[in-house]
Write a protein that binds this ligand. Sequence first.
Ligand code: SAM
Length: 252
Amino acid sequence: MNDKAKAWDIIGKDFWKSGRKTAKPSNKHIRKFSEGIFSTSYVCIVGASTKNLIEHLLAKNCNVFVYDFSEKMCMDLRKEIDDKKCKIELKDITKPKLLNLNKFDYVLNDRLINRFNIEETISYLNSCNKILKKGGIVRSSIKIGLYPMDEILLKNAKSRGLEKHFFNSKTSTINYEASAPVLKECVQKHGNISKEKLINWYLNRREEKRFSITDFDNLVNSSFPDGSLKIIEKLLIDKSSDTYLYTLKKRK
Ligand code: SAM
């Protein structure tokens, strides 16, 4: 059981019902994610939270599978989306051993990588390489650098000499669980989600890496030196939040 699933069990459908609009892919992003995907495609979307992207691909009559490690996220999505049209499966994408081989033409996720530490990102990439068909495509959006809330947290902590408790500046990894003493004062509004629920969501999200473009490029190249999975495009899709849409391709 991945402890981080508890964070998403806490937030559940609130994420898409009352969360911040910018935390969901915009219509423009959805068009980019689904470019070139046809009704015959087998598509794995990681993250039940990305309900609008799932609905868009179902409307294109694709074979849509949703992988999510949170029972509550799966359950809440099932209440909104016809399970007959879309397979919603309780699966942890950082556990390659438990996943099916060579099944998908596309693996899509919106800022999932921002929820991972370095080790989880490597496992996730290995899972993608495993579940994709030969020549298959991954499209992952990544917010580059620190989130505004990270900056507020660190500024507050620095004034009290606490930043080292929860921020590893060498790996640029934040540990929200360890940020508890300052989190309560710094948590930012997220739509209409209650402050208490937000604080518990962050605390259970635990360690998250904040990537630079170089970091991520190097991580992919060092994880797949043989080019079996490689970056074929990185597109700035949201200038204001410095979010890139990465496209990776599995070797044919
Ligand atoms: N855009 C949002 C954001 O910026 O936070 C969504 C990020 S991610 C796609 C969140 C979704 O992925 C949630 O539904 C969560 O339960 C799921 N998720 C997170 N880590 C996962 C993992 N290791 N395996 C499967 N699903 C995971």
